[in-house]
Design a binder for this molecule. Structure first.
Ligand code: SF4
Ligand code: SF4
Length: 58
């Protein structure tokens, strides 16, 4: 499963520091998770505003 970052992102940087494969890039207006994301989920736990959610097909 891959994950994406929603508009709730505040750019706090917590997830970037936690991702073991550096799959999260700072961007404007919200941070972006790239295609290398492979489900470690450290970023979900780190995000203080629950802005990281699973990518769904619909
Ligand atoms: S789910 Fe895992 S691999 Fe994907 S961005 Fe978060 S910490 Fe990185
Ligand atoms: S931890 Fe959450 S709020 Fe902070 S930069 Fe990452 S996605 Fe955005």
């Amino acid at each position: 499963m891959a994950y994406r970052i929603t508009d709730d992102c505040t750019g706090c940087d917590e997830c970037v520091e936690q991702c073991p494969i550096s799959a999260i890039e700072p961007a404007e207006p919200i941070y972006v998770i790239d295609f290398t994301c492979c489900d470690f989920e450290e970023c979900l736990v780190a995000c203080p505003v629950d802005a990281i959610v699973p990518v769904t097909d619909d």
